[in-house]
Design a protein around this ligand. Structure first.
Ligand code: FAD
Length: 469
């Protein structure tokens, strides 16, 4: 037997073995489509399918819906804490329309008054934080260049950009080193990249970053509060969108607490193994990050390029800290609650509720910059807040952390793709594999990586599946 024939035969044997195994299990139900993952993407896909009279079952690993959006329980304050995705912007039409349809209110991100900085022990306020004119000029020049390059990246196929190969072989950090003249501008861009993809520019492909910029509209849109990705928040927390979609779909269409491990398909059907039995469907939508999909065994095995995409999908694990106070006391001092520091706390924002009933600061920190011990970490964070906002910051009513690195069913929050991944395997991001279709925000053309992208990718996968039924 030739080597290639042998491999084919082996693959077929694996597939039929799995199918035999699955069909020997108790068949729990039959539906048109199984959606794996009840994040915004999977729920949006299911909603679209149901609207088109398609029978659907959503299977979710966690005991809750919402995936990377999560209303964290607050013990004493009763505040709504967004442990995951939270901000949306005015150009994100799908999530705005969905929120309106589900009667979920949004409000403006608290963004008035002066920001504060703390560098080498020195506290700077408002205009003292402004960069010198040469730095500002350099920054503007480089951002314009980034936007101009991003426009040449086709959303549908970034790997077809004229400069795709050279840009994907280059780290963003090397490109910035070669193109930014002022150290202050370089530092600001590094902080900007970290706030977008939660990783250093030295680890990110230039092509991937340009695609990300194109997908959102521009570097400024990604970065801004007003007119940008951070303009609004949800009054009841971002997870409420998924909760409301799940309520609308009804309990009979959603199974929680079922991590799918195996998906097997043949010419006619696809079988999804659950603890309680096997579900037979005509098509399946996998609505999650490629790195999460890697934990599912497919038979027949996925094509090599898709498998390599999943294996090489880089992830960054987010860490959010909320500090709750009885009131937003910093506003009385003319401060916005926004800050940047070099103490390990990279940035601070006012994350108070719309009602104004309490004052909440959100702290972002770079990996490895804060102590491992929780008590020491809290002391360092609160100590920094005291230096920034005064003694009232010393007595929070609650300190709440969310560490996404500890989440079994989320490999990462954002995707800082490395070099040569997009050009080699990117074409499989949205390419269906037989009866298996891919959703999740990472499959989106527009607002890839964001909640908006999750909804768009889910709806697109549903449209593709409907065409196949
Ligand atoms: C800390 C943080 C901050 C963020 N900030 C913002 C922000 O401000 N604005 C913004 O727009 N976006 C933000 N994001 C990103 C945003 O939350 C995501 O883009 C979006 O929620 C992704 O939705 P999704 O449905 O594509 O994927 P997910 O939400 O990841 O959903 C995938 C689902 O699949 C489930 N699953 C995984 N494996 C299996 C399995 N084997 N079987 C069954 N189910 C499985 C998971 O449990 C999960 O529920 C942030 C994310 C994080 C974590």
């Amino acid at each position: 037997m030739k080597r290639r024939t042998f491999i084919k035969a082996a693959a077929a044997a694996t597939a039929s073995l799995s199918l035999t195994h699955l069909s020997a299990c108790k068949l729990s139900s039959k539906v048109d489509v199984v959606v794996i993952g009840a994040g915004l993407s999977g729920l949006s896909a299911a909603r679209e399918l149901v609207k088109n009279d398609v029978s659907v079952l959503i299977v979710e690993a966690r005991s809750r819906v919402g995936g990377r959006t999560y209303n964290q329980p607050a013990n004493t304050s009763g505040a709504i804490i967004d442990g995951g995705g939270q901000w949306i912007g005015p150009t994100q039409s799908e999530i705005l329309a969905l929120a309106q349809e589900l009667e979920i209110n949004i409000f403006d991100t608290w963004n008035e008054d002066e920001a504060v900085g703390l560098f080498e022990g020195q506290r700077l306020v408002g205009a003292e934080l402004d960069s010198d004119p040469e730095t500002v000029e350099d920054l503007e020049r480089v951002i314009t260049l980034i936007n101009e390059m991003a426009v040449t990246v086709p959303l549908q196929a970034p790997w077809d950009a004229v400069n795709a190969n050279s840009w994907d072989a280059q780290y963003l950090g090397d490109w910035l080193d070669a193109n930014v003249q002022m150290q202050g501008a370089r530092d600001e861009l590094e902080a900007g990249v970290a706030s977008i993809l939660d990783a250093p520019s030295s680890q990110i492909s230039l092509l991937w970053f340009l695609f990300y910029v194109r997908s959102a509209g521009s570097y400024q849109i990604l970065q801004s509060v007003e007119g940008g990705a951070q303009q609004y928040r949800f009054v009841e927390g971002a997870q409420q969108i998924s909760i409301r979609m799940a309520q609308e779909l009804g309990k009979r269409r959603i199974i929680l607490g079922e991590p799918v491990q195996q998906v097997a398909s043949n010419q006619k059907h696809v079988y999804i193994q659950l603890n309680s039995g096997v579900v037979e469907a005509k098509q399946v939508i996998v609505a999650m990050m490629p790195a999460d999909a890697e934990k599912i065994t497919f038979s027949p095995p996925l094509p090599q390029a898709r498998s390599s995409l999943q294996k090489n999908w880089a992830t960054s694990s987010g860490f959010k800290i909320h500090i709750v106070y009885p009131s937003a006391f910093w506003r009385a001092a003319g401060l916005s609650g926004q800050a940047t520091t070099d103490t390990g706390v990279s940035s601070v924002f006012d994350n108070s509720p719309a009602s104004g009933t309490s004052g909440i600061l959100i702290v972002f920190a770079e990996a490895g910059q804060l102590p491992n011990d929780k008590v020491q970490r809290m002391q360092q964070v609160v100590g920094t807040l005291v230096q920034l906002f005064g003694n009232e910051a010393a007595t929070p009513v609650e300190y709440i952390e969310m560490d996404w690195a500890k989440e079994t069913f989320t490999e990462g929050c954002e995707s800082p793709l490395s070099i040569n991944v997009l050009t080699r395997y990117g074409h499989t991001l949205r390419l269906s594999t037989g009866r298996v279709h891919w959703a999740g925000t990472e499959a989106a053309l527009v607002w890839n990586g964001y909640m908006e992208g999750a909804i768009r990718a889910g709806k697109q996968a549903a449209t593709n599946v409907i065409a196949e039924l």
